[in-house]
Design a protein around this ligand. Structure first.
Ligand code: FES
Ligand code: CO
Length: 329
């Protein structure tokens, strides 16, 4: 797969792996068509181009020796900065030229994810204050592999009208599909909507007026492939926050990471919250993978935009303004 050239996404941070899953063995991931080897050493998580400069073997198929990653083909060893520090076949003590190195990428661990940037980081890893707030309990969910453009996943995140259909009986019901007027606020580095009431009936069972809760949503997209939402029950203040960040593997393939954070139900089983998210996201993925064209059309005439699609239209406009090319058409 060729490297996808997109200066905006290249200089952005992307969550690529669950911290808890990166242990003593190096692993390989793909971001924007580029293969990257991740490993841990005493200085933290490191990310190198997953290509040995000697004969192009994948470093991620190798192993660790101390702080260095060993290429499985002829045993060349690289440090976390990408310098080749040992060539076993050459006489000990012989110098290794400084240009004998591979590319090291910016890499950080935050919120339970490993984040990398292939280019020059344009900013820092997104800030998510709920993660540090002791009133909330954050849970990493996913990653979910989706055979679709990451932009389609974020657009689905901006969409309310699907809750009553794709997630019926979990997050809404077709009998309560009418949406209020939605005003999008655009700031320099984000677009958001707030105070959106969505009625969620309890175990809907007919046409009678149902019991249920009207939740208040806020949704924000703050990077081309990252957004977050809050869903609050105004009756008791119970709030669920979701950070959603999508890693673009290829033009039409992505990996979705979520951080689900709640300020209630601390004695409930965390596994149930993760399972619920797995089910909800699987419902989204089924539809997203079916969409044509696979890439998100930024030409607003290309699909039919309804008044209720105002947030997704704002997202498309923002991507165009930023100049995001991967996952768009
Ligand atoms: Fe990596 Fe030869 S290909 S050491
Ligand atoms: Co959905």
């Amino acid at each position: 797969m060729a490297r996808l050239l997109d200066p905006v996404l290249e200089n952005d941070w992307h969550a690529v792996y669950l911290s808890s899953e990166l242990k003593e063995k190096p692993i390989g991931i793909t971001l924007l068509g580029e293969r990257v080897a991740l490993f841990r050493n005493s200085r933290g998580v490191q990310a190198l181009r997953d290509l040995c400069i000697h004969r192009g073997a994948m470093l991620s198929k190798g192993w660790m020796k101390g702080d260095e990653i060993v290429c499985p083909y002829h045993g060349w060893r690289y440090d976390g900065e990408g310098r080749c520090v040992c060539i076993p076949a050459q006489p000990a003590g012989e110098r290794i030229p400084p240009r004998t190195r591979t590319i090291a990428y910016a890499c950080e661990e935050k919120y339970g994810f490993v984040w990398i940037c292939l280019g020059e980081p344009a900013g820092s890893v997104p800030h998510f204050e709920e993660f540090a707030d002791p009133a909330f309990r954050p849970l990493p969910c996913g990653p979910y592999k989706v055979k679709a453009a990451g932009t389609r996943v974020i657009e689905n995140f901006t969409d309310f009208a699907h809750l009553m259909f794709v997630h019926q009986d979990l997050l809404g019901h077709p009998d309560y599909a009418e949406l209020p007027d939605i005003q999008v606020v655009k700031e320099q580095d984000r677009i958001y909507i707030e105070n959106i009431p969505i009625f969620q009936p309890v175990a809907h069972s007919g046409s009678d007026k149902q019991d249920g809760t009207t939740y208040v949503y806020r949704k924000e997209v703050f990077r081309p492939l990252s957004g977050r939402l809050s869903k609050t029950d105004p009756g008791n203040g119970q709030t669920l926050w979701i950070l959603l960040t999508v890693s673009p593997v290829a033009e039409d393939e992505c990996l979705v990471f979520m951080l689900v954070s709640r300020n209630y139900g601390f004695d409930a089983d965390d596994a149930n919250f993760i399972r619920f998210q797995d089910i909800v996201f699987d419902q989204d993925a089924q539809v997203i993978e079916s969409q044509k064209p696979e890439l998100l059309p930024l030409d607003l005439q290309a699909e039919l935009n309804h008044r209720v699609d105002v947030f997704s239209v704002a997202y498309r406009r923002w991507l165009k303004e930023l100049g995001v090319t991967v996952g768009t058409v």
